[in-house]
Design a protein around this ligand. Sequence first.
Ligand code: GLN
Length: 589
Amino acid sequence: MTDNKHILAQLGSVSTDEFFLPLPKGYQKGKTRYVIVVGTVMSGLGKGIFSSCLAKLLQDKGLKVAPIKLEGYLNIDSGTLNPFRHGEVFVLDDGMETDMDLGTYERMLDQNLTRANFSTSGQVYRSVLDKERHGEYLGRDVQMIPHVTGEVKLRLRELAVKADADVVFVEIGGTVGDLENAFYIEAMRELAYEEGPHSCCFVALTYILEPHALGEQKSKAAQLGIKQLMQTGIQPDIIACRAENEVTETALQKISVFGNVPAERVFSMHDSASIYSIPAMLRDCGLDFEVLRMLRIEDRTKLRFERKEWERWCDFTDKLGKENKEVTIGITGKYTSVRDSYASILNALEHAGIHLGCTVNVNWIETSEVTDKNADRLLNQVDGIIVPGGFGSRGMEGKISSVRYARENHIPYLGLCLGFQAAVIEYARNVCGLSDADSTEVNPQCKAPVIDVLPEQKKIEGLGGNMRLGGQDVTIKPDTLAWRLFGKVESVRLRFRHRYEVDPQYIDTLEQKGLVFSGKSPTQPIMQILELPDHPFFMGTQAHPELTSRPLQPQPMFVALVAAAIRRRYAQADAALPEDAVRAVCRVC
Ligand code: GLN
C-alpha cells in the first residue's frame, strides 16, 4: 500500500489532478475502520445476516459499529418495491423506507438506524447530478470515477462521523460481477487505497455447492467467484463459505489456496436452525478476533463489557430449541407465498415464542378465499390470527371475515395497520349496524367511509408525499390493556406506514358500541390502537409494531398474542394472562 499523505494534502484545494477526495467535516482518518462484505456465486446468501452477526460481536466488545447497505437499484428508496419480488419494505424511525436487511441489523444490534445507513444507486446518482447542477464540480467533466465513486466514499465517511464509529460495516447488495454494483466495488477498492493499510477488511461470502447427485461439496463456483473479485483489484481478507452442511476441510483448503487467503481466515458458515445461533458460530471459529487483529483495533475492546453482553445474549440463545409448548397463528395476507414479504412479523412472533418457551407455527391463509360462510373451516385450527398490513383492495372482504371470526369466536387477534382498519370496518358493519362501512381505499364511493384519507392529507395527495411514515409517539389511554402491556406509561413510540385512517366522525359511534381506542396521536385525531375489553385478546394498531421487536426486547403486542394463543390452545384458565406474560418477559419502556 502507498503512503497516502499526498492525497490528504489535497484536501480543501480545488483540485485539477486526479485525486478527488471529498471528506465530510470532522472526519478523522484512521479512527474508523471498514469491514466490507461482498457476495459471490449468488445473491441471497445472507450477507446481511453475516454482517450483522459480526457487527454484533464487535459491538459486544464495546466498539461503536455502524452498518450501511449499498443497494444497486436505481430507486431512491424501497417504498415503491413490491414485497413479493424484493421482500418486505422496512421502515426506519426517521421515515426512510428500506430493504429488509436493515431490519436484520436493527434486530441484531438492538439499535435504531437512520437513512444514513441505507444507500441506493439512485440516491448516489441523484446527489451527483444535483451537485453538477449546482456547479460543485468546478468545470470538471463528471465521471463514474472519481465523482460517482467519490460520492459513495463520502457517504461511508459521513456515516463514520455521524455514528462516531469504530467500525463501519459495508454490505454491498447483489454479487460481484453485477454491472449495477460495479461502481460500489470500485469505490471500496479506492477507499482501501486512500485509508491505507489495516483500515479495511474485505470479506467475501461465497457458496459451496453440494449437488445431491454427486454427494460431495464442490468449490469451483466459489473459486471462480473469488477470482472475479480479485480481478477488480480487491484481495479478500476473509472468506466465509456458505453451504448447506459444514464445509469440509478439503473444500476450505482449496478456497484458501485459490483465494490467496490463509486457511485460518477461511470459514464454514453452514445453515443453522436459527439466525440467533450464528454469532456463536462466528465467535467459536475466532472470526471476531481475526477481524480485530487485521484492523489493529484489539486495544479498543472492553472485555469486561463483553462478558456481560455475551452473557445477556446467551441467556436468550439458551432458550432456543427448549420450547415445550406449541401454537399456530394464522396469518391472512396477499403475499402468502413469500416468507420474506412478512419477515418482521415472523421475527416478532419468533421473539415472543422464544421468550415464552413456545414454538410458533404459522398457517398462511389465502385471504381472497375466506368468507363469513367458510371462515370456520379455514380458521378453526388456529390459536390466534394476524391480519397484516397491505395496500389495495384485493382480499379485503376475506380479511374482514377473518376479523369477524376472531371476534365472535374469541380467538386471539392482532391487526397490523390494514388489519387495524379491517377490524374497524368489521365492527362498524356487524356491531354498529353500518352495513355499508368500508375504506375509501377499497370503495371510494362507499356510504360509510369509516376508513378514509384525512382532509389535511388529501391536500398533499397530488404531491406524492401523503404517506404517514416513520416513528410517531402514541398517547396511551390509562387503564386499558395497551396501557398495561406497555408498562403503564403515557406514551410509546411506534412505526407507521399508512395513508388511510379512522375517520374521526365515526369514533363516537364505534366507542359507544364498546370498541376502545387505547392509543391516539398526541396532536391529531388519529386513532392508533384499538382493543375489545370482553375478549381474550383483541387488539389492532395502525402502526407496524413488528418493526420494533428485538430478540432481547420482544414487542409486547406480539408477546400478548402468543400468550393468549397458549391459553387458548391448552385451555388453561390459569395459564398466564397476556398482560402478565408481557410483564414477565418484556423490558417495556
Ligand atoms: N393501505 C392502508 C393505508 O394506506 C394500510 C397500509 C399498511 O397496511 N401498511 O392506510
